[in-house]
Ligand binder design. Structure first.
Ligand SMILES: Cc1cc2nc3c(=O)[nH]c(=O)nc-3n(C[C@H](O)[C@H](O)[C@H](O)COP(=O)(O)OP(=O)(O)OC[C@H]3O[C@@H](n4cnc5c(N)ncnc54)[C@H](O)[C@@H]3O)c2cc1C
Length: 513
């Protein structure tokens, strides 16, 4: 990885608060550091960096997208294999932080509770009730960070341990235990094969099966690693090839296309080849179009269902007793421990951060249950507030590419603010509305499979898709490089002279080594 020069913040710097030190927050920090136009502090509620890769440590946890694509474009890395495991991704994050000398900017175990706009600046309140002032706030809270644990009747009376995959409890001795896993999404498909080897018996509750494609992950040979290290351009070519091949997957998200049918059949063949029991084969076969649920990439999940100590229950778990789980058919099975592999509250953007913009308006009230944002990043009436991984930005094959485009735009906007210290950047309501219409039309046209009759995590209670980016990544690149000018504009900030002792955030950064 390239070295980076340390820049010393000056009083003319724009003061930026980045909330969240996952891959999104770190991308923003690297871009601000490289352009040197802002002083910034990263606030992270956890005691370490990495976001999802810090929180998810369950057995088998790894990336779905090949590592050469699931990594930043601004740096090359010596990956051990095609798909990185959680420990390797955690190490990657640590290495990026050290390469770009970001550690001194990060405040770990320091959550942010609220941010309030006073007409000229943001006031940020931490979990410890510390209040700090910033010019710009960049929430990078992720989309898969708020665990969704089902509130099943009787759960509080269950006698054994219960936890969610993103808060995995490693200290339990599972040798002779009957473990129940609820959910069969991407996480469960990674967890089950690894867990089945550790437990006495594993019962898996499936509400609805997903489309699963083989992952084809493998370690790189020493020679391959040597070549990638010696010639970083080889990594860039590998990255390009991965994105180019992934185009087909996007085409398959439109119902009725030959590509959609072809992949559905490929999934069926994969089942026929790997699942031994005909009854199990039938219940793991999806009855809806490919792409309705997020596709899963897993080579070891179906073979795990052939094990003697694994039982697949093709029904949802509906209730818990002190020693077991009751399924939707009313059958109870014993359980000593329950793991919820039930995903995340994906549609409730920034739910855990109180945001008040112009005239004290609450962001959640403005959204009224249907989050939307211009470029997925800005909301009218919330000046200098740039969301990373916000509404309708999930896509682009590897989400990191989307996060990077957002981080680059934020660095560009920070530069503008530095040139115009008496102004703020706000969003034109009409442009935000037009953007939302364009996105929703794109979803209806290009992602029709997402509404083809399955349960997925893309829609709000009202049925609006608020998570997915329907267009190509190139289209997102163009909107963040050029299209932003249609919606973002500079306007004067309210007059309020800043006092010399009113710069705690800058002071904390300046004090860093
Ligand atoms: C198991 C798993 C596998 C995945 N695999 C892939 C994949 O293969 N390909 C892909 O493209 N995407 C994948 N994803 C999606 C993943 O969310 C993104 O790739 C990416 O890591 C998101 O980074 P982020 O920084 O936006 O969010 P996160 O990684 O979720 O980071 C958000 C951070 O904000 C912190 N935070 C939250 N609230 C506060 C607060 N109020 N104050 C301070 N800190 C706060 C959290 O502690 C967290 O560290 C996967 C997700 C999971 C969970």
């Amino acid at each position: 990885m390239p070295a980076v020069n340390e820049s010393v913040p000056t009083t003319s710097d724009v003061r930026v608060a980045i909330i969240g030190a996952g891959l999104g927050g770190i991308a923003v920090a690297v871009n601000l550091k490289r352009t040197g136009t802002a002083s910034f502090t990263l606030f992270e509620r956890a005691s370490g960096p990495g976001g999802v890769w810090w929180h998810n440590t369950y057995p088998g946890c790894e990336v779905d997208v090949p590592s050469h694509a699931y990594s930043y474009s601004f740096t090359s890395y010596d990956w051990a294999g095609t798909h990185a495991s959680q420990p390797e991704l955690q190490q990657y994050v640590e290495d990026v932080i050290d390469t770009y000398k970001l550690r001194s900017h990060i405040r770990f175990a320091c959550g942010v509770q609220a941010v309030d706009w006073d007409g000229a600046a943001w006031h940020l309140t931490t979990d410890e009730s510390e209040v700090l002032e910033f010019d710009v706030v960049v929430p990078c809270l992720g989309m898969l960070s708020d665990p969704r644990q089902l509130d099943l009747p009787g759960l509080q009376d269950f006698e054994g341990p219960v936890f969610h995959t993103s808060r995995y409890e490693h200290h339990h001795d599972l040798g002779d235990k009957r473990v129940s896993v609820i959910g069969t999404g991407s996480t469960a498909c990674q967890l089950v094969p690894a867990l089945a080897e550790q437990v006495g018996h594993l019962t898996l509750y499936q509400h609805e099966p997903g489309h699963i494609l083989p992952k084809r992950s493998r370690p790189f040979t020493d020679e391959e690693r040597r070549r990638f290290r010696k010639h970083p351009w080889r990594q860039r070519i590998a990255r390009f090839q991965i994105f180019y091949t992934a185009r087909k997957l996007r085409e398959a998200l439109k119902t009725g296309t030959p590509e959609s049918l072809r992949i559905h059949q490929r999934c069926e063949r994969f089942i026929a080849k790997t699942v031994e029991d005909p009854e199990v084969r039938s219940v793991v076969t999806p009855q809806y179009a490919f792409g309705c649920k997020r596709p899963i990439f897993a080579s070891t999940f179906y073979p795990a269902l052939n094990r003697d100590n694994v039982e697949l229950v093709p029904h949802a778990a509906t209730a818990v007793t002190p020693c077991g789980i009751v399924d939707a058919q009313g059958s109870e099975r014993p359980a000593d421990l329950i793991v919820f592999a039930t995903g995340f509250k994906t549609t409730q953007y920034l739910r855990r951060l109180e945001v008040h913009g112009e005239d004290g308006a609450s962001l959640q009230d403005v959204w009224a249950g249907e989050p939307s944002a211009f470029l997925g990043m800005t909301v009218p009436g919330f000046p200098n507030f740039f969301i990373v991984y916000g509404p309708n930005t999930n896509g682009g094959w590897s989400v990191i590419t989307q996060l990077e485009r957002q981080a680059e735009l934020i660095a560009r906007l920070a530069r503008r603010l530095r040139r115009h210290p008496k102004k703020v950047i706000d969003t034109r309501p009409a442009a935000a509305q037009r953007f939302d219409t364009w996105v929703q039309r794109g979803i209806a046209k290009r992602l029709s499979s997402l509404q083809s009759g399955c349960a997925n995590y893309y829609h709000t209670a009202t049925g609006k898709n608020v998570t997915q980016w329907p267009h190509s990544h190139t289209a997102y690149l163009l909107t963040t490089r050029l299209g932003w000018r249609l919606g973002l504009y500079l306007r004067p900030k309210a007059r309020r002279p800043r006092q010399p002792d009113e710069t705690p955030a800058l002071a904390s950064v300046a004090a860093a080594p």
